[in-house]
Design a protein. Structure first.
Length: 633
Protein backbone atom coordinates (compact mmCIF):
# COMPACT_ATOMS: atom_id res chain seq x y z
CA UNK A 1 0.00 0.00 0.00
CA UNK A 2 2.82 2.41 0.84
CA UNK A 3 4.40 1.74 -2.51
CA UNK A 4 1.15 2.55 -4.33
CA UNK A 5 0.80 5.83 -2.39
CA UNK A 6 4.42 6.67 -3.16
CA UNK A 7 3.91 5.98 -6.89
CA UNK A 8 0.74 8.08 -6.90
CA UNK A 9 2.56 10.98 -5.27
CA UNK A 10 5.38 10.62 -7.79
CA UNK A 11 2.87 10.82 -10.64
CA UNK A 12 1.26 13.94 -9.19
CA UNK A 13 4.40 15.85 -8.38
CA UNK A 14 6.78 14.88 -11.18
CA UNK A 15 4.87 13.69 -14.19
CA UNK A 16 1.89 16.04 -14.11
CA UNK A 17 3.88 19.30 -13.84
CA UNK A 18 5.94 18.26 -16.87
CA UNK A 19 2.75 17.58 -18.84
CA UNK A 20 1.35 20.95 -17.78
CA UNK A 21 4.63 22.59 -18.79
CA UNK A 22 4.49 20.98 -22.24
CA UNK A 23 0.88 22.09 -22.67
CA UNK A 24 1.73 25.67 -21.69
CA UNK A 25 4.67 25.67 -24.08
CA UNK A 26 2.44 24.44 -26.92
CA UNK A 27 -0.22 27.05 -26.18
CA UNK A 28 2.28 29.91 -26.04
CA UNK A 29 3.91 28.76 -29.29
CA UNK A 30 0.48 28.63 -30.96
CA UNK A 31 -0.39 32.12 -29.65
CA UNK A 32 2.94 33.35 -31.03
CA UNK A 33 2.06 31.89 -34.43
CA UNK A 34 -1.52 33.21 -34.35
CA UNK A 35 -0.31 36.72 -33.54
CA UNK A 36 1.83 36.74 -36.66
CA UNK A 37 -0.92 35.26 -38.80
CA UNK A 38 -3.27 37.98 -37.50
CA UNK A 39 -0.89 40.85 -38.25
CA UNK A 40 -0.13 39.37 -41.66
CA UNK A 41 -3.86 39.38 -42.45
CA UNK A 42 -4.91 42.70 -40.90
CA UNK A 43 -1.74 44.78 -40.95
CA UNK A 44 1.51 45.01 -39.03
CA UNK A 45 1.86 47.05 -35.86
CA UNK A 46 4.35 49.95 -35.83
CA UNK A 47 7.87 48.47 -36.23
CA UNK A 48 9.01 48.85 -32.62
CA UNK A 49 5.82 47.32 -31.21
CA UNK A 50 5.65 44.47 -33.75
CA UNK A 51 9.24 43.51 -33.01
CA UNK A 52 8.82 43.90 -29.23
CA UNK A 53 5.96 41.38 -29.14
CA UNK A 54 7.88 39.08 -31.50
CA UNK A 55 10.98 39.08 -29.31
CA UNK A 56 8.98 38.85 -26.07
CA UNK A 57 7.26 35.65 -27.21
CA UNK A 58 10.54 34.31 -28.60
CA UNK A 59 12.48 34.80 -25.36
CA UNK A 60 9.64 33.23 -23.38
CA UNK A 61 9.60 30.15 -25.63
CA UNK A 62 13.36 29.66 -25.86
CA UNK A 63 13.95 30.05 -22.12
CA UNK A 64 11.19 27.50 -21.45
CA UNK A 65 11.85 25.01 -24.26
CA UNK A 66 15.64 24.82 -24.10
CA UNK A 67 17.53 23.20 -21.20
CA UNK A 68 20.23 24.87 -19.11
CA UNK A 69 22.88 22.72 -20.68
CA UNK A 70 22.98 20.56 -23.79
CA UNK A 71 21.67 16.98 -23.36
CA UNK A 72 20.16 17.80 -19.95
CA UNK A 73 16.54 18.41 -19.07
CA UNK A 74 15.07 21.51 -17.47
CA UNK A 75 14.91 20.24 -13.92
CA UNK A 76 13.97 23.57 -12.28
CA UNK A 77 10.77 24.73 -13.96
CA UNK A 78 10.24 27.58 -11.47
CA UNK A 79 13.56 29.20 -12.36
CA UNK A 80 12.89 28.78 -16.07
CA UNK A 81 9.46 30.39 -15.78
CA UNK A 82 10.96 33.24 -13.79
CA UNK A 83 13.50 33.92 -16.54
CA UNK A 84 10.94 33.47 -19.34
CA UNK A 85 8.39 35.82 -17.77
CA UNK A 86 11.09 38.39 -17.01
CA UNK A 87 12.28 38.33 -20.63
CA UNK A 88 8.72 38.65 -21.90
CA UNK A 89 7.96 41.58 -19.57
CA UNK A 90 11.24 43.27 -20.50
CA UNK A 91 10.38 43.23 -24.19
CA UNK A 92 6.71 44.15 -23.61
CA UNK A 93 7.92 47.19 -21.65
CA UNK A 94 9.08 48.56 -25.00
CA UNK A 95 5.69 47.71 -26.56
CA UNK A 96 3.66 49.58 -23.92
CA UNK A 97 6.05 52.53 -23.71
CA UNK A 98 6.97 52.89 -27.40
CA UNK A 99 5.48 56.38 -27.72
CA UNK A 100 7.07 57.67 -24.51
CA UNK A 101 10.43 56.18 -25.48
CA UNK A 102 10.24 57.95 -28.86
CA UNK A 103 9.47 61.27 -27.13
CA UNK A 104 12.44 60.84 -24.76
CA UNK A 105 14.64 60.40 -27.88
CA UNK A 106 17.92 59.15 -26.45
CA UNK A 107 17.34 60.34 -22.87
CA UNK A 108 16.47 57.10 -21.07
CA UNK A 109 15.05 57.07 -17.58
CA UNK A 110 16.00 54.60 -14.86
CA UNK A 111 13.34 52.05 -15.83
CA UNK A 112 14.50 52.11 -19.45
CA UNK A 113 18.03 51.29 -18.38
CA UNK A 114 17.07 48.58 -15.87
CA UNK A 115 14.80 46.77 -18.31
CA UNK A 116 17.39 47.20 -21.07
CA UNK A 117 20.14 45.53 -19.04
CA UNK A 118 17.83 42.66 -18.05
CA UNK A 119 16.74 42.02 -21.65
CA UNK A 120 20.33 42.09 -22.93
CA UNK A 121 21.46 39.60 -20.26
CA UNK A 122 18.53 37.26 -20.93
CA UNK A 123 19.16 37.46 -24.68
CA UNK A 124 22.66 36.11 -24.12
CA UNK A 125 21.25 33.37 -21.89
CA UNK A 126 18.70 32.46 -24.56
CA UNK A 127 21.31 32.29 -27.31
CA UNK A 128 23.52 30.15 -25.06
CA UNK A 129 20.68 27.69 -24.55
CA UNK A 130 20.10 27.35 -28.30
CA UNK A 131 23.75 26.26 -28.61
CA UNK A 132 24.47 29.15 -30.98
CA UNK A 133 27.24 30.40 -28.74
CA UNK A 134 29.45 31.61 -31.60
CA UNK A 135 27.23 34.58 -32.49
CA UNK A 136 26.91 35.29 -28.77
CA UNK A 137 30.69 35.46 -28.47
CA UNK A 138 30.86 37.85 -31.43
CA UNK A 139 28.19 40.05 -29.81
CA UNK A 140 30.14 40.09 -26.53
CA UNK A 141 33.29 41.05 -28.42
CA UNK A 142 31.33 43.83 -30.12
CA UNK A 143 30.20 45.15 -26.73
CA UNK A 144 33.78 44.91 -25.46
CA UNK A 145 34.91 46.92 -28.47
CA UNK A 146 32.21 49.49 -27.71
CA UNK A 147 33.57 50.05 -24.20
CA UNK A 148 37.31 49.74 -24.82
CA UNK A 149 37.74 50.76 -28.46
CA UNK A 150 38.76 54.26 -27.36
CA UNK A 151 41.94 52.70 -25.96
CA UNK A 152 42.96 51.35 -29.37
CA UNK A 153 44.95 53.21 -31.98
CA UNK A 154 44.67 53.51 -35.75
CA UNK A 155 41.56 52.82 -37.80
CA UNK A 156 39.97 50.69 -35.07
CA UNK A 157 39.92 53.47 -32.46
CA UNK A 158 36.76 55.42 -31.60
CA UNK A 159 36.05 58.35 -29.30
CA UNK A 160 34.46 56.31 -26.50
CA UNK A 161 30.91 55.88 -25.18
CA UNK A 162 29.24 55.19 -21.84
CA UNK A 163 26.98 52.28 -20.91
CA UNK A 164 23.80 54.40 -20.81
CA UNK A 165 24.35 55.34 -24.45
CA UNK A 166 24.88 51.68 -25.38
CA UNK A 167 21.75 50.42 -23.60
CA UNK A 168 19.68 53.27 -24.98
CA UNK A 169 20.71 52.55 -28.57
CA UNK A 170 20.59 48.77 -28.39
CA UNK A 171 17.32 48.49 -26.42
CA UNK A 172 15.32 51.64 -27.13
CA UNK A 173 15.90 52.24 -30.83
CA UNK A 174 15.50 50.56 -34.21
CA UNK A 175 19.30 50.41 -34.54
CA UNK A 176 19.95 47.55 -32.10
CA UNK A 177 18.09 44.42 -31.08
CA UNK A 178 14.81 45.76 -32.51
CA UNK A 179 16.50 46.68 -35.76
CA UNK A 180 16.16 45.65 -39.38
CA UNK A 181 17.40 42.10 -38.79
CA UNK A 182 14.76 41.31 -36.15
CA UNK A 183 12.24 43.06 -38.41
CA UNK A 184 12.83 40.47 -41.12
CA UNK A 185 12.22 37.73 -38.56
CA UNK A 186 9.04 39.38 -37.27
CA UNK A 187 7.60 40.16 -40.71
CA UNK A 188 8.65 37.34 -43.05
CA UNK A 189 10.73 34.52 -41.61
CA UNK A 190 8.19 33.47 -38.99
CA UNK A 191 5.47 33.10 -41.65
CA UNK A 192 7.63 30.98 -43.93
CA UNK A 193 8.59 28.76 -41.01
CA UNK A 194 4.91 28.33 -40.19
CA UNK A 195 4.18 27.43 -43.82
CA UNK A 196 7.00 24.89 -43.80
CA UNK A 197 5.85 23.37 -40.50
CA UNK A 198 2.24 23.07 -41.66
CA UNK A 199 3.25 21.50 -44.98
CA UNK A 200 5.31 18.94 -43.06
CA UNK A 201 2.26 18.18 -40.91
CA UNK A 202 0.43 17.39 -44.17
CA UNK A 203 3.27 14.95 -45.06
CA UNK A 204 4.47 16.91 -48.09
CA UNK A 205 7.96 15.49 -47.54
CA UNK A 206 6.60 12.03 -48.37
CA UNK A 207 5.05 13.38 -51.56
CA UNK A 208 8.29 15.02 -52.67
CA UNK A 209 10.33 11.92 -51.90
CA UNK A 210 7.96 9.59 -53.74
CA UNK A 211 7.76 11.99 -56.67
CA UNK A 212 11.55 12.13 -56.96
CA UNK A 213 11.68 8.31 -56.96
CA UNK A 214 9.10 8.20 -59.71
CA UNK A 215 11.00 10.73 -61.82
CA UNK A 216 14.61 9.53 -61.51
CA UNK A 217 14.50 6.22 -59.66
CA UNK A 218 14.71 4.14 -62.83
CA UNK A 219 17.86 5.74 -64.27
CA UNK A 220 21.44 4.64 -63.67
CA UNK A 221 22.40 5.27 -60.07
CA UNK A 222 18.77 5.94 -59.28
CA UNK A 223 19.10 6.05 -55.45
CA UNK A 224 21.69 8.85 -55.55
CA UNK A 225 19.65 10.77 -58.08
CA UNK A 226 16.62 10.32 -55.85
CA UNK A 227 18.68 11.92 -53.06
CA UNK A 228 19.57 14.84 -55.33
CA UNK A 229 16.03 15.31 -56.62
CA UNK A 230 14.29 14.87 -53.25
CA UNK A 231 16.69 17.26 -51.51
CA UNK A 232 16.16 19.84 -54.26
CA UNK A 233 12.40 19.48 -53.90
CA UNK A 234 12.59 19.53 -50.09
CA UNK A 235 14.66 22.69 -50.35
CA UNK A 236 11.62 24.43 -51.79
CA UNK A 237 9.86 23.71 -48.50
CA UNK A 238 12.32 23.61 -45.61
CA UNK A 239 15.04 26.13 -46.51
CA UNK A 240 17.41 24.35 -44.12
CA UNK A 241 20.35 22.17 -45.13
CA UNK A 242 20.51 20.21 -41.88
CA UNK A 243 16.72 19.72 -41.85
CA UNK A 244 16.93 18.37 -45.40
CA UNK A 245 19.55 15.83 -44.32
CA UNK A 246 17.38 14.65 -41.43
CA UNK A 247 14.15 14.44 -43.46
CA UNK A 248 15.39 12.98 -46.75
CA UNK A 249 18.58 11.29 -45.52
CA UNK A 250 16.63 8.85 -43.36
CA UNK A 251 15.27 7.36 -46.61
CA UNK A 252 17.96 8.03 -49.20
CA UNK A 253 21.14 7.08 -47.33
CA UNK A 254 20.07 3.49 -46.49
CA UNK A 255 18.73 3.14 -50.07
CA UNK A 256 22.07 4.28 -51.55
CA UNK A 257 24.05 1.92 -49.32
CA UNK A 258 21.78 -0.97 -50.21
CA UNK A 259 22.32 -0.22 -53.91
CA UNK A 260 26.10 -0.54 -53.63
CA UNK A 261 27.37 2.92 -52.72
CA UNK A 262 29.82 3.27 -49.84
CA UNK A 263 28.68 4.88 -46.59
CA UNK A 264 31.01 7.79 -47.24
CA UNK A 265 29.63 8.44 -50.70
CA UNK A 266 25.99 8.14 -49.59
CA UNK A 267 26.52 10.66 -46.77
CA UNK A 268 28.47 13.04 -49.04
CA UNK A 269 25.75 13.03 -51.70
CA UNK A 270 23.00 13.63 -49.18
CA UNK A 271 24.82 16.46 -47.39
CA UNK A 272 25.74 18.18 -50.69
CA UNK A 273 22.22 17.81 -52.08
CA UNK A 274 20.63 19.03 -48.85
CA UNK A 275 22.91 22.05 -48.60
CA UNK A 276 21.71 23.16 -52.02
CA UNK A 277 18.21 23.30 -50.54
CA UNK A 278 19.10 26.48 -48.66
CA UNK A 279 19.70 28.18 -52.01
CA UNK A 280 16.65 26.74 -53.78
CA UNK A 281 13.62 29.04 -54.26
CA UNK A 282 10.87 29.69 -53.42
CA UNK A 283 11.66 29.06 -49.71
CA UNK A 284 15.38 29.62 -49.35
CA UNK A 285 17.29 29.82 -46.08
CA UNK A 286 16.07 32.39 -43.55
CA UNK A 287 19.04 34.59 -44.39
CA UNK A 288 17.52 35.30 -47.82
CA UNK A 289 14.66 37.22 -46.19
CA UNK A 290 17.14 39.28 -44.20
CA UNK A 291 19.03 39.94 -47.44
CA UNK A 292 15.87 41.37 -48.99
CA UNK A 293 15.56 43.76 -46.04
CA UNK A 294 19.24 44.71 -45.95
CA UNK A 295 19.59 45.58 -49.64
CA UNK A 296 16.04 46.85 -49.98
CA UNK A 297 14.67 44.66 -52.78
CA UNK A 298 11.56 42.43 -52.93
CA UNK A 299 12.10 38.85 -51.82
CA UNK A 300 10.93 37.67 -55.23
CA UNK A 301 13.99 39.34 -56.80
CA UNK A 302 16.27 37.40 -54.44
CA UNK A 303 14.50 34.12 -55.24
CA UNK A 304 14.59 34.81 -59.00
CA UNK A 305 18.30 35.64 -58.88
CA UNK A 306 19.05 32.41 -57.00
CA UNK A 307 16.99 30.16 -59.27
CA UNK A 308 19.36 29.51 -62.20
CA UNK A 309 22.49 29.12 -59.99
CA UNK A 310 20.55 26.61 -57.87
CA UNK A 311 19.53 24.62 -60.94
CA UNK A 312 23.14 24.61 -62.15
CA UNK A 313 24.31 23.46 -58.71
CA UNK A 314 22.02 20.44 -58.82
CA UNK A 315 22.83 19.64 -62.47
CA UNK A 316 26.54 19.58 -61.59
CA UNK A 317 25.83 17.27 -58.65
CA UNK A 318 23.62 15.05 -60.83
CA UNK A 319 26.39 14.67 -63.43
CA UNK A 320 28.91 13.64 -60.77
CA UNK A 321 26.68 11.01 -59.18
CA UNK A 322 25.95 9.64 -62.66
CA UNK A 323 29.70 9.32 -63.19
CA UNK A 324 30.06 7.43 -59.92
CA UNK A 325 27.25 5.08 -60.93
CA UNK A 326 29.07 4.39 -64.21
CA UNK A 327 32.36 3.81 -62.36
CA UNK A 328 30.99 1.16 -59.99
CA UNK A 329 28.72 -0.34 -62.65
CA UNK A 330 25.30 0.20 -61.09
CA UNK A 331 22.21 -0.93 -62.98
CA UNK A 332 18.82 0.73 -63.16
CA UNK A 333 16.26 0.03 -60.45
CA UNK A 334 13.35 -2.05 -61.70
CA UNK A 335 10.59 0.25 -62.88
CA UNK A 336 7.81 -1.93 -61.48
CA UNK A 337 9.14 -1.38 -57.95
CA UNK A 338 8.92 2.40 -58.26
CA UNK A 339 5.92 4.62 -57.51
CA UNK A 340 4.11 6.12 -60.49
CA UNK A 341 4.20 9.90 -60.91
CA UNK A 342 0.62 9.99 -62.24
CA UNK A 343 -0.67 8.11 -59.21
CA UNK A 344 1.24 10.34 -56.79
CA UNK A 345 -0.09 13.50 -58.42
CA UNK A 346 -3.61 12.10 -58.61
CA UNK A 347 -3.70 11.02 -54.97
CA UNK A 348 -1.53 13.63 -53.23
CA UNK A 349 -0.61 16.19 -55.87
CA UNK A 350 -2.98 18.72 -54.29
CA UNK A 351 -0.45 19.12 -51.47
CA UNK A 352 1.90 20.79 -53.96
CA UNK A 353 -0.66 23.51 -54.73
CA UNK A 354 0.46 25.77 -51.81
CA UNK A 355 4.01 25.87 -53.23
CA UNK A 356 2.67 26.69 -56.68
CA UNK A 357 0.44 29.34 -55.14
CA UNK A 358 3.42 30.87 -53.32
CA UNK A 359 5.36 31.17 -56.59
CA UNK A 360 2.36 32.70 -58.37
CA UNK A 361 1.74 35.21 -55.58
CA UNK A 362 5.39 36.32 -55.63
CA UNK A 363 5.44 36.56 -59.44
CA UNK A 364 2.35 38.79 -59.58
CA UNK A 365 4.03 41.22 -57.19
CA UNK A 366 2.57 40.44 -53.78
CA UNK A 367 4.83 41.06 -50.80
CA UNK A 368 6.59 38.07 -49.23
CA UNK A 369 4.42 38.41 -46.12
CA UNK A 370 1.14 38.52 -48.04
CA UNK A 371 2.22 35.70 -50.37
CA UNK A 372 3.17 33.44 -47.49
CA UNK A 373 0.01 34.17 -45.49
CA UNK A 374 -2.29 33.26 -48.36
CA UNK A 375 -0.18 30.20 -49.18
CA UNK A 376 -0.84 29.02 -45.62
CA UNK A 377 -4.56 29.54 -46.17
CA UNK A 378 -4.33 27.64 -49.47
CA UNK A 379 -2.48 24.79 -47.72
CA UNK A 380 -5.22 24.47 -45.11
CA UNK A 381 -7.97 24.53 -47.74
CA UNK A 382 -6.45 22.07 -50.22
CA UNK A 383 -5.70 19.56 -47.46
CA UNK A 384 -9.45 18.94 -47.38
CA UNK A 385 -9.51 17.67 -50.95
CA UNK A 386 -8.79 14.16 -49.67
CA UNK A 387 -9.81 12.65 -46.36
CA UNK A 388 -6.37 11.20 -45.55
CA UNK A 389 -4.65 14.60 -45.84
CA UNK A 390 -7.19 16.72 -43.98
CA UNK A 391 -5.95 18.66 -41.01
CA UNK A 392 -7.59 18.49 -37.63
CA UNK A 393 -7.07 20.75 -34.65
CA UNK A 394 -4.37 18.48 -33.25
CA UNK A 395 -2.27 18.55 -36.44
CA UNK A 396 -2.93 22.29 -36.84
CA UNK A 397 -1.75 23.05 -33.30
CA UNK A 398 1.26 20.78 -33.73
CA UNK A 399 2.22 22.59 -36.93
CA UNK A 400 1.73 26.04 -35.41
CA UNK A 401 3.66 25.07 -32.27
CA UNK A 402 6.53 23.52 -34.23
CA UNK A 403 6.82 26.54 -36.52
CA UNK A 404 6.50 28.91 -33.57
CA UNK A 405 9.37 27.33 -31.63
CA UNK A 406 11.59 27.33 -34.75
CA UNK A 407 10.73 30.99 -35.31
CA UNK A 408 11.53 31.79 -31.67
CA UNK A 409 15.09 30.48 -32.07
CA UNK A 410 15.57 32.56 -35.23
CA UNK A 411 14.16 35.64 -33.47
CA UNK A 412 16.62 35.35 -30.60
CA UNK A 413 19.43 34.86 -33.09
CA UNK A 414 18.48 37.93 -35.13
CA UNK A 415 18.16 40.03 -31.97
CA UNK A 416 21.71 39.08 -30.95
CA UNK A 417 22.88 39.84 -34.49
CA UNK A 418 21.23 43.24 -34.06
CA UNK A 419 23.63 43.93 -31.19
CA UNK A 420 26.59 43.42 -33.53
CA UNK A 421 25.01 45.62 -36.20
CA UNK A 422 24.14 48.30 -33.64
CA UNK A 423 27.63 48.47 -32.12
CA UNK A 424 29.33 48.62 -35.52
CA UNK A 425 26.90 51.31 -36.63
CA UNK A 426 27.49 53.41 -33.50
CA UNK A 427 31.27 53.16 -33.73
CA UNK A 428 31.40 53.63 -37.53
CA UNK A 429 34.00 50.90 -38.06
CA UNK A 430 32.30 49.30 -41.08
CA UNK A 431 33.58 51.97 -43.46
CA UNK A 432 37.13 51.40 -42.24
CA UNK A 433 36.81 47.63 -42.61
CA UNK A 434 35.78 48.03 -46.24
CA UNK A 435 38.88 50.07 -47.05
CA UNK A 436 41.08 47.59 -45.15
CA UNK A 437 39.78 44.64 -47.20
CA UNK A 438 40.20 46.51 -50.48
CA UNK A 439 43.77 47.48 -49.54
CA UNK A 440 44.53 43.91 -48.48
CA UNK A 441 43.45 42.67 -51.91
CA UNK A 442 45.73 45.15 -53.65
CA UNK A 443 42.67 46.55 -55.46
CA UNK A 444 42.34 43.23 -57.30
CA UNK A 445 38.76 41.96 -57.62
CA UNK A 446 39.91 38.34 -58.06
CA UNK A 447 41.95 38.41 -54.85
CA UNK A 448 39.12 40.16 -52.99
CA UNK A 449 36.66 37.50 -54.16
CA UNK A 450 38.97 34.72 -52.98
CA UNK A 451 39.42 36.45 -49.62
CA UNK A 452 35.65 36.89 -49.37
CA UNK A 453 35.12 33.22 -50.23
CA UNK A 454 37.47 31.93 -47.52
CA UNK A 455 36.21 34.48 -45.01
CA UNK A 456 32.60 33.46 -45.68
CA UNK A 457 33.36 29.75 -45.34
CA UNK A 458 35.38 30.22 -42.15
CA UNK A 459 32.66 32.31 -40.51
CA UNK A 460 30.03 29.87 -41.74
CA UNK A 461 31.76 26.95 -40.05
CA UNK A 462 30.94 28.12 -36.56
CA UNK A 463 27.62 29.94 -36.88
CA UNK A 464 24.07 29.32 -38.08
CA UNK A 465 23.24 30.64 -41.58
CA UNK A 466 21.34 33.73 -40.43
CA UNK A 467 24.19 34.91 -38.22
CA UNK A 468 26.72 34.11 -40.93
CA UNK A 469 24.95 36.23 -43.50
CA UNK A 470 24.49 39.18 -41.11
CA UNK A 471 28.20 39.27 -40.28
CA UNK A 472 29.22 38.84 -43.92
CA UNK A 473 26.76 41.52 -45.05
CA UNK A 474 28.42 43.94 -42.63
CA UNK A 475 32.08 43.06 -43.09
CA UNK A 476 32.59 41.67 -46.59
CA UNK A 477 29.74 42.56 -48.97
CA UNK A 478 30.41 46.35 -48.83
CA UNK A 479 34.01 45.76 -49.91
CA UNK A 480 32.82 43.82 -52.98
CA UNK A 481 30.34 46.57 -53.83
CA UNK A 482 33.11 49.18 -53.56
CA UNK A 483 35.03 47.24 -56.23
CA UNK A 484 32.16 47.48 -58.72
CA UNK A 485 30.22 44.29 -57.93
CA UNK A 486 26.45 44.74 -58.01
CA UNK A 487 24.87 44.87 -54.58
CA UNK A 488 22.69 41.81 -55.22
CA UNK A 489 25.66 39.92 -56.66
CA UNK A 490 27.88 40.76 -53.67
CA UNK A 491 25.31 39.71 -51.08
CA UNK A 492 24.43 36.50 -52.92
CA UNK A 493 28.16 35.72 -53.18
CA UNK A 494 28.72 35.79 -49.42
CA UNK A 495 25.36 34.09 -48.82
CA UNK A 496 26.33 31.14 -51.05
CA UNK A 497 29.73 30.58 -49.49
CA UNK A 498 28.31 30.98 -46.01
CA UNK A 499 25.87 28.15 -46.81
CA UNK A 500 28.62 25.97 -48.32
CA UNK A 501 30.29 25.91 -44.91
CA UNK A 502 27.70 23.21 -44.12
CA UNK A 503 29.75 20.77 -46.24
CA UNK A 504 33.22 22.22 -45.68
CA UNK A 505 35.45 20.51 -43.07
CA UNK A 506 36.33 20.67 -40.25
CA UNK A 507 32.88 21.72 -38.92
CA UNK A 508 30.46 20.87 -41.80
CA UNK A 509 27.23 20.47 -39.82
CA UNK A 510 25.30 18.84 -42.69
CA UNK A 511 28.11 16.32 -43.21
CA UNK A 512 28.19 15.36 -39.52
CA UNK A 513 24.44 14.71 -39.50
CA UNK A 514 24.61 12.68 -42.72
CA UNK A 515 27.65 10.76 -41.45
CA UNK A 516 25.74 9.87 -38.31
CA UNK A 517 22.95 8.35 -40.40
CA UNK A 518 25.37 6.58 -42.79
CA UNK A 519 27.93 5.55 -40.15
CA UNK A 520 30.81 7.09 -42.10
CA UNK A 521 33.88 9.11 -41.07
CA UNK A 522 32.89 12.81 -41.09
CA UNK A 523 36.23 14.23 -42.26
CA UNK A 524 36.57 11.90 -45.24
CA UNK A 525 32.90 12.45 -46.06
CA UNK A 526 33.38 16.22 -45.87
CA UNK A 527 36.26 16.20 -48.37
CA UNK A 528 34.13 14.20 -50.80
CA UNK A 529 31.12 16.49 -50.21
CA UNK A 530 33.23 19.52 -51.16
CA UNK A 531 34.11 17.85 -54.46
CA UNK A 532 30.48 17.01 -55.14
CA UNK A 533 29.49 20.60 -54.36
CA UNK A 534 31.92 22.01 -56.93
CA UNK A 535 29.06 23.72 -58.77
CA UNK A 536 28.30 25.81 -55.70
CA UNK A 537 31.94 26.79 -55.25
CA UNK A 538 32.27 27.99 -58.86
CA UNK A 539 28.91 29.45 -59.85
CA UNK A 540 29.19 32.61 -57.65
CA UNK A 541 32.26 33.68 -59.65
CA UNK A 542 30.22 33.42 -62.85
CA UNK A 543 27.53 35.84 -61.71
CA UNK A 544 30.12 38.31 -60.42
CA UNK A 545 31.59 38.58 -63.92
CA UNK A 546 28.36 37.73 -65.74
CA UNK A 547 25.52 39.42 -63.76
CA UNK A 548 23.02 38.22 -66.35
CA UNK A 549 23.15 34.85 -64.55
CA UNK A 550 21.18 36.45 -61.70
CA UNK A 551 18.90 38.32 -64.13
CA UNK A 552 20.71 41.64 -64.05
CA UNK A 553 21.18 43.25 -67.46
CA UNK A 554 19.41 43.10 -70.81
CA UNK A 555 17.93 40.00 -72.42
CA UNK A 556 21.05 39.17 -74.47
CA UNK A 557 23.27 39.41 -71.37
CA UNK A 558 20.93 37.14 -69.41
CA UNK A 559 20.75 34.47 -72.13
CA UNK A 560 24.50 34.44 -72.88
CA UNK A 561 25.41 34.44 -69.18
CA UNK A 562 23.18 31.46 -68.47
CA UNK A 563 24.48 29.52 -71.48
CA UNK A 564 28.16 30.14 -70.72
CA UNK A 565 27.66 29.32 -67.02
CA UNK A 566 25.93 26.06 -67.92
CA UNK A 567 28.70 25.06 -70.34
CA UNK A 568 31.53 26.03 -68.01
CA UNK A 569 30.26 24.57 -64.76
CA UNK A 570 28.89 21.38 -66.27
CA UNK A 571 32.22 20.77 -68.01
CA UNK A 572 33.87 20.95 -64.58
CA UNK A 573 31.24 18.58 -63.22
CA UNK A 574 32.10 16.05 -65.95
CA UNK A 575 35.76 16.49 -65.07
CA UNK A 576 35.19 15.78 -61.37
CA UNK A 577 32.65 13.04 -62.10
CA UNK A 578 35.07 11.31 -64.46
CA UNK A 579 32.51 9.98 -66.93
CA UNK A 580 30.57 11.21 -69.94
CA UNK A 581 27.78 8.65 -70.37
CA UNK A 582 29.83 5.40 -70.50
CA UNK A 583 33.08 7.05 -71.52
CA UNK A 584 35.75 7.31 -68.83
CA UNK A 585 37.35 10.75 -69.08
CA UNK A 586 41.14 10.63 -68.92
CA UNK A 587 43.21 12.75 -66.56
CA UNK A 588 44.42 15.13 -69.27
CA UNK A 589 40.86 15.57 -70.54
CA UNK A 590 39.71 16.39 -67.02
CA UNK A 591 42.41 19.04 -66.67
CA UNK A 592 41.43 20.55 -70.02
CA UNK A 593 37.75 20.64 -69.05
CA UNK A 594 38.51 22.40 -65.75
CA UNK A 595 40.79 24.99 -67.39
CA UNK A 596 38.21 25.62 -70.12
CA UNK A 597 35.48 26.13 -67.52
CA UNK A 598 37.64 28.71 -65.77
CA UNK A 599 38.36 30.50 -69.07
CA UNK A 600 34.64 31.04 -69.62
CA UNK A 601 34.12 32.84 -66.28
CA UNK A 602 35.38 36.19 -67.55
CA UNK A 603 33.11 37.71 -70.22
CA UNK A 604 35.91 37.97 -72.77
CA UNK A 605 34.69 36.93 -76.22
CA UNK A 606 37.95 35.28 -77.32
CA UNK A 607 38.60 33.27 -74.14
CA UNK A 608 34.94 32.29 -73.93
CA UNK A 609 34.85 30.99 -77.51
CA UNK A 610 38.16 29.14 -77.04
CA UNK A 611 36.87 27.56 -73.84
CA UNK A 612 33.60 26.44 -75.45
CA UNK A 613 35.41 24.99 -78.50
CA UNK A 614 37.80 22.98 -76.31
CA UNK A 615 34.93 21.65 -74.20
CA UNK A 616 33.02 20.73 -77.36
CA UNK A 617 36.05 18.92 -78.78
CA UNK A 618 36.51 16.80 -75.61
CA UNK A 619 32.80 15.91 -75.47
CA UNK A 620 32.62 15.00 -79.17
CA UNK A 621 35.78 12.91 -78.80
CA UNK A 622 34.24 11.08 -75.86
CA UNK A 623 31.01 10.50 -77.75
CA UNK A 624 32.86 9.06 -80.75
CA UNK A 625 34.96 6.77 -78.55
CA UNK A 626 31.84 5.53 -76.76
CA UNK A 627 30.06 4.89 -80.03
CA UNK A 628 33.08 3.06 -81.47
CA UNK A 629 33.25 0.85 -78.38
CA UNK A 630 29.51 0.12 -78.59
CA UNK A 631 29.78 -0.88 -82.28
CA UNK A 632 32.78 -3.12 -81.55
CA UNK A 633 30.83 -5.04 -78.91
Amino acid sequence: MKTEISDAKKGIFTLEPQKIHTTILTIIACLFAIFHLYTAAFGLLPPMQQRAIHLGFAMFLVLLAKPYFKNKSNHNLFFNYLLAITGFVGSMYVYFNAEAIALRAGLPNSYDLYFGIVVLILLFEAIRRTNMWSIGVIALLAIGYFFFGNRLSGVFAHSGFNWEFMVSNLYLSLEGIYGLILGASANFIVLFLLLSALLNQFKISDVLYDLSRALVGNVRGGPTKVAVASSALMGTVSGSGVANVVITGAFTIPLMKKSGYSSKYAAAVESSASTGGQMMPPIMGSAAFIMAEVIGVPYFQIALAAFIPSVIYYLALYIQVDGEAARIGLKNEREESLPKAKEILRERGHLLIPLLALVIFLVIGWSAMKSCFWSIIVAMVVSYIRKETRWNFKSLFQGLASGGIQAAEIAVLTAIAGIVVGVLSMTGITVDLTSILVDLSGNSLVILLILAMFGSIILGMGMPPVAVYVILAIFIAPALVSMGVTQLGAHLFVFYFGMLALVTPPVANAVFVASGIADSKPMETGVLAVRLSIGGFIVPYYWIYRPGLIFQGDTIDIITSILFALIGILSMAFAFGGYFKNYKISIWERIILIISGILIIEPNLITSIVGVLIIGFVIVLGYLKTRRKTIAT
